[in-house]
Design a protein around this ligand. Structure first.
Ligand SMILES: Cc1cc2nc3c(=O)[nH]c(=O)nc-3n(C[C@H](O)[C@H](O)[C@H](O)COP(=O)(O)OP(=O)(O)OC[C@H]3O[C@@H](n4cnc5c(N)ncnc54)[C@H](O)[C@@H]3O)c2cc1C
Length: 542
């Protein structure tokens, strides 16, 4: 069975010459394809695997300015990110960006003394336009312990609290891709670009449809390469032997079992080397991370035991009575930062997160660096440079328009009650699970029962929505990126794997062999995710 939306997109690649072809469907490429479409340019977005399957589903998931970058003196980056944070939270994606208090406890002997943390948080608050009650730079040890009784007491000298936000990075990326598509862009996942050339003055990209194995060609006036940590590999297809453009740095995260580390907000932690990490509450769970380790690979999904040990040790040092061990971890992920290389030998943790745009050949641009939070502003800057004529006040205003899920009215209490009666689920459970769908919650719920279904199933509704509206083509797309089942589902993550596979097989016309392979891929991903918990891990930790 063929997917009519994909068929249509593939047909358009044969018939059109695009103003801009974007290579790479992470948040950067998605943002640029959206921005181009908003400016009335025809755009085509080509992603090798699934949208957001690279770094954009493996971040710490914070929508923030980054206090640590302020310390590095990146004031422009911090100010821009804070403005973007406010915009995402208030207008573009309130359903995907949730404000949280951030607690910064300071101990005697920490790398940053209390006065500096207070000064930094105060400046940070001012840069973000925070209201007075959102920032507290004078938290006493007692106040910190009252908020987080599990904190280590000895040496605690005080701290600060400020407001930042958390997101679902993969869903934010997919929402951006959808917005680009709805505004006219051709978007294709599982369509790697394998060659770059020129044809009659145009850029010509050789691509492959991974669904059918067939090659196709895309013609465009200009190309933007936005492949994050894969930049150097892809640039070798353009020009073998060019200088490396990115420095890769990997970061791991661990999800703790429900209730093992309950927190009222995000808590700043310190690694054994003094680096800052975060403990981030997520429903009843908390995840902790991240690390910052030079990486040779662009794709580093498996968390190494050493990084898991570093993170758990940091959490155990700050929350000593919790005694976290490997069996407390139910999920894990690792991403690779694509940092812009500028020469010099600075440690990766000290390398700027600023983005960099280069024109490597006439009409062929490449972007490296950047942050999830500032994707819209980065896309705006890129389009201003690549298509200067498209700059305009209208374009700039449209660029701030809401993403799918944030355009209509949210559900009223009465609607939630009715949905709960219909689904047999509790109102709060429905609200929690459908929050990331915003005003599309109703459309999701409608997919939970249909002819042939014995009873309503929310999981089935989410799966159908992912396939019909969110370009999911594989079971792992649904388990890892359209929903959080794989990362946060714990013991129940794979409970419906078989029936989900059957449903997806029905929707996409898979053979039995294909369905079994999809199930095996999900199981493989689960094993790889926790492979670092090899025997004796806890002994290493001690
Ligand atoms: C550990 C970690 C924590 C982070 N935490 C935060 C945070 O809390 N907040 C924040 O704002 N930012 C954070 N970041 C940064 C942010 O995640 C990245 O800047 C952002 O996701 C990069 O997106 P991208 O689109 O440039 O790269 P990617 O998301 O990696 O996208 C590149 C895409 O290109 C595709 N591709 C590769 N080769 C080809 C090809 N030949 N053809 C077509 N497509 C191809 C890949 O499959 C991939 O999907 C973090 C990063 C890491 C690693």
């Amino acid at each position: 069975m063929t997917d009519p939306t994909r068929e249509h997109a593939l047909r358009r690649t044969q018939m059109e010459v695009f103003d801009l072809a974007v290579v790479g469907g992470g948040i950067t490429g998605a943002g640029v394809a959206r921005e181009a479409s908003l400016r009335g340019l025809s755009a085509c977005l080509l992603e090798a695997r699934d949208f957001a399957s690279g770094t954009s589903s493996r971040s710490t998931r914070l929508i923030h300015g980054g206090l640590r970058y302020l310390r590095m003196g990146d004031v422009r980056l911090v100010r821009e990110s804070l403005q973007e944070r406010n915009l995402l939270q208030e207008v573009m994606a309130p359903h995907l960006v949730q404000a949280l208090p951030f607690y910064f406890p300071v101990y005697r002997g920490d790398p940053d003394p209390l006065w500096l943390v207070r000064l930094g948080v105060s400046l940070y608050g001012r840069l973000s336009g925070a209201r007075r009650e959102e920032v507290d730079t004078r938290l006493s040890p007692q106040a910190l312990l009252a908020a987080m009784p599990l904190l280590r007491r000895p040496g605690l000298v005080g701290g600060a609290r400020y407001l930042d936000a958390r997101t679902d990075d993969a869903r934010l990326t997919v929402a951006t891709v959808r917005d680009a598509a709805e505004r006219g862009a051709v978007v294709l996942n599982y369509a790697p670009v394998r060659g770059f050339g020129r044809e009659e003055g145009l850029q010509s990209l050789t691509c492959r449809d991974e669904q059918t194995g067939e090659a196709f060609r895309v013609l465009a006036r200009k190309v933007l390469v936005a492949v994050g940590p894969w930049t150097d590999e892809v640039m070798r297809l353009v020009k073998p032997g060019g200088p490396p453009l990115v420095r890769r740095s990997a970061g791991s995260h661990l999800v703790l079992r429900s209730g093992r580390l309950p927190l009222p907000g995000v808590c700043v932690m310190r690694g054994a080397d003094g680096r800052m990490l975060f403990a981030v509450p997520h429903g009843a769970q908390t995840y902790v991370g991240t690390t910052d380790i030079p990486s040779d690979e662009a794709d580093g999904p498996a968390v190494p035991a050493a990084e898991a040990g570093y993170i758990l040790a940091a959490a155990n040092r700050l929350f000593p009575d919790v005694h976290l061990a490997a069996h407390d971890v139910i999920g894990a992920w690792r991403g690779v930062r694509p940092l812009a290389r500028r020469g010099g030998g600075r440690r990766v943790g000290k390398v700027s997160r600023e983005d960099r745009l280069l024109e490597v050949a006439d009409g062929l641009h490449v972007v490296v660096g950047g942050k999830l939070t500032a994707f819209r502003a980065m896309a705006e800057r890129i389009l201003d440079r690549v298509y200067p004529d498209s700059v305009g006040e209208l374009a700039s205003r449209q660029s701030r328009a809401p993403l799918p899920g944030a355009r209509g009215k949210p559900f009223s209490d009465e609607m939630w009650r009715r949905a709960a009666r219909h689904s047999g689920l509790r109102v709060q459970e429905l609200k929690d699970r459908l929050r990331p769908y915003g005003d599309e919650a109703g459309a999701v719920l409608e997919l939970g029962s249909g002819p042939g279904d014995l009873r309503f199933s929310l999981d089935r509704a989410l799966l159908r929505f992912a396939v019909r509206r969110e370009f999911a083509l594989h079971l792992v797309d649904v388990y890892r990126r359209r929903t959080e089942r794989m990362l946060f589902g714990g013991d129940f993550a794979l409970l419906h794997l078989k029936s989900d596979a059957d449903e997806m097989a029905r929707l996409l016309g898979w053979s039995d062999a294909r369905r079994d392979a999809e199930v095996a891929a999900v199981r493989r991903m689960e094993v790889e995710m926790l492979a670092w918990r090899a025997p004796h891990f806890d002994e290493i930790l001690r």
